[in-house]
Design a protein around this ligand. Structure first.
Ligand code: EPU
Length: 336
């Protein structure tokens, strides 16, 4: 384990922003992780996973730690679920593909999401009608201050829509070292997301397998979302705002085309992409950053954009949506 100084983090974030870390270390084992924490002493530590949900708006004056801990392991089953442990450093999309290769369904709707397994619980990653929460059993972490091991159950994580305890009280306090997922032994396809059901129907599959669902999800994602290796981005840049039924009614009366889905609690989740498109920002740039032409919710780096340019575009889009609809958009990625 080596601690490097003054490292450009551009290769380590999918928005492809340049920012310098005062110190930087990659750790592949718990022992290396503990050694790095000991070296950091009282200095701040910033844990960087796949960098796929991050806006580096400034240099990071901290020890930037990249947990690359490997591990893919079947722990066993309890008659209803099989339990699979994944090291924090495993690339999520590869881990999903590996479970499917073993013949285990459960993660197919979450295919191709960028990032590493350790970061998945932080924002409760989700796509095509499934959130991590639905397949999550527990996680293992180290307390950054004491170095002690700590487990978090599903309840401890307090998952919400793109949310968990790791964005609140536990923010910046732990490094997640592994996650344990529970995959159903009796699998059924989850095709509640209309576009996914349509994609499966188009493929002409009557009784889809987990692999069929994964293929459909991958097809949808590849059509809509830019590949960050070619065009830097952090996926959806804003959360889909959730508004109460009264506001949704008023918005729909004024905007008959508005896209909203009723939630279990009676509130409505609005499609932020629709709001941004209507506010005139789909495919529009500000400086070297822009809102993607095929999915207005995705902010892209057109090449050498700075963190400041990304934040300026973020604020311009928020202001346009606020002015047009009176709705506040909240950025989804962590802004540093
Ligand atoms: N829409 C538009 N214009 C656009 C984009 C979207 O009108 O430019 C409308 C369309 O009506 C579309 C609806 O918005 O049907 C929803 O769009 P989409 O299915 O692409 O999903 P999303 O709400 O934009 C969310 C997640 C994605 C996830 C997809 C699929 C959030 C913030 N984003 O996007 O997650 O892949 O659903 O489940 O919840 C991510 O978090 O980074 C991410 C990519």
């Amino acid at each position: 384990m080596q601690v490097l100084k003054n490292v450009d983090l551009r290769p380590f974030n999918t928005l492809q922003l340049s920012a310098r870390a005062s110190r930087y270390a990659e750790v592949a084992t718990l022992a290396e992780l503990r050694a790095a924490l000991a070296l950091a002493g009282a200095d701040p530590v910033f844990v960087l996973g796949g960098g796929s949900n991050l806006v580096l708006a400034r240099d990071v004056d901290a020890l930037v730690l990249r947990p690359l801990l490997p591990g893919r392991e079947l722990l066993g089953d309890d008659g209803a679920h099989r339990f699979v442990r994944l090291g924090a450093g495993e690339i999520w999309a590869d881990a999903v593909a590996w479970t499917l290769d073993q013949g285990w369904g459960g993660l197919e709707n979450l295919s191709l999401i960028p990032g590493r397994c350790g970061a998945a619980p932080i924002q409760n990653i989700g796509a095509y009608g499934v959130e991590l929460e639905a397949v999550f059993e527990r996680l293992e972490a180290l307390d950054l201050r004491s170095g002690e091991r700590r487990e978090f159950s599903r309840a401890d994580c307090r998952f919400g829509y793109r949310d968990s305890v790791f964005k609140h009280e536990a923010a910046g306090r732990y490094v997640i070292t592994a996650i344990v997922l529970r995959l159903p032994l009796r699998w059924t396809a989850r095709l509640g997301y209309r576009e996914l059901a349509e994609e499966i129907a188009r493929a002409g599959v009557a009784e889809p397998t987990p692999r069929d669902v994964a293929a459909a999800v991958i097809g949808l994602r590849e059509r809509k979302l830019p590949d960050w290796r070619r065009l830097g981005n952090a996926g959806s840049f804003f959360k889909n705002p959730v508004v109460d039924a009264a506001l949704f009614g008023a918005l729909r009366a004024a905007n008959p085309g508005i896209v909203g889905h009723e939630q279990a609690d009676g509130r409505f989740k609005l499609a932020a992409g629709w709001l941004i498109e209507q506010a005139g920002w789909k495919g529009r740039d500000l400086g070297r950053a822009g809102m993607f032409e095929r999915q207005a919710l995705v902010l892209v780096n057109r090449g050498d954009a700075t963190g400041a340019e990304v934040l300026a575009l973020c604020e311009a889009v928020r202001a346009a949506v606020r002015e047009r609809f009176g709705v506040e958009l909240e950025p989804e990625p962590l802004i540093v």
